[in-house]
Write a protein that binds this ligand. Structure first.
Ligand SMILES: Nc1ncnc2c1ncn2[C@@H]1O[C@H](COP(=O)(O)OP(=O)(O)O)[C@@H](O)[C@H]1O
Ligand SMILES: Cc1cn([C@H]2C[C@H](O)[C@@H](COP(=O)(O)OP(=O)(O)O)O2)c(=O)[nH]c1=O
Length: 223
């Protein structure tokens, strides 16, 4: 069995973790075998452990975007066996963040003219050098910035920081550049990191229930 690899992507507080878990639950109810992998894997890899310190501001030096990208990529490289096992044993593997998160977030921290080049560099690092599988589909959860900020406040306690907003979440201008980088990937189609679809999480000005969002995501997978 080689499972369908579905990446759930989007900004902080877009509802990725909630949606990803709901997709797995819904797929299982429909009789499909499905499993979830969330990146970074803070507790499971050396890369993830260092990233926890990095996001909580506990590293003595700031990491350059390229250095940070290598750490996130390392977390996935160390997870290659876990990804392969998940894909071998399930019809559907859902990633809560994957390679495109690295592209969107690290390219948001270089001058605009360098963003496309860095996104391309990260895709080649992870896919070509590290041999990580491209997702079959990435779904961009489109959640308005004000709503996402509100949802971050509601998040449960995280393992690596006591702060309400981590270093990335606190920076609104950064979040805007992240959105623009995702928009560029969605518009660019499957050139770098496979197929894309956009899924709005708001309907008539209100957040859709997680079940509805997950059902819409599964419909995209079926298509
Ligand atoms: N569709 C939704 N409706 C209501 N609350 C939601 C929805 N999606 C997420 N939430 C809540 O918002 C918060 C952040 O969601 P989460 O899935 O952790 O976002 P992300 O993984 O994108 O950062 C959580 O407390 C979650 O319960
Ligand atoms: C997976 C991944 C995340 N990131 C960023 C996005 C987030 O701002 C941050 C933390 O990931 P996130 O999934 O938001 O973790 P948590 O819900 O525990 O806060 O890391 C990257 O820059 N590259 C990556 O490859």
């Amino acid at each position: 069995m080689t499972g369908f690899l579905l990446a759930i992507e989007g900004g902080d507080g877009a509802g990725k973790a909630t949606t990803a878990a709901e997709i797995v639950a819904l797929a299982r109810e429909a009789g499909r075998s499905a499993t979830l992998l969330s990146f970074p894997r803070y507790a499971d890899t050396i890369g993830g452990h260092v990233l926890g310190d990095y996001l909580a501001g506990r590293l003595p030096h700031a990491a350059s975007p390229r250095a940070a990208a290598v750490l996130y990529a390392l977390d996935r490289f160390e997870s290659a066996a876990a990804i392969a096992t998940a894909a071998a044993g399930h019809e559907l593997v859902v990633f809560d963040r994957y390679i495109a998160s690295n592209m969107a977030y690290q390219a948001a921290q270089v001058p605009a003219g360098e963003a496309a080049g860095l996104m391309d560099w990260i895709a080649r690092l992870e896919v070509t050098q590290f041999g990580l599988p491209r997702p079959d589909l990435s779904i961009y959860l489109d959640t308005p910035a004000e709503v996402a900020r509100d949802l971050i406040r509601r998040k449960r306690q995280r393992s690596y920081t006591d702060a309400t907003f981590d270093a990335y979440e606190a920076d609104q201008a950064l979040q805007q550049r992240v959105r623009a980088n995702y928009a560029a990937m969605v518009a660019g189609g499957d050139a770098l990191i496979g197929r894309w679809a956009t899924l709005p999480t708001i309907s008539n000005g209100a957040l859709r229930p997680p079940r509805d969002i997950a059902a819409a995501a599964l419909a995209l997978v079926e298509r």
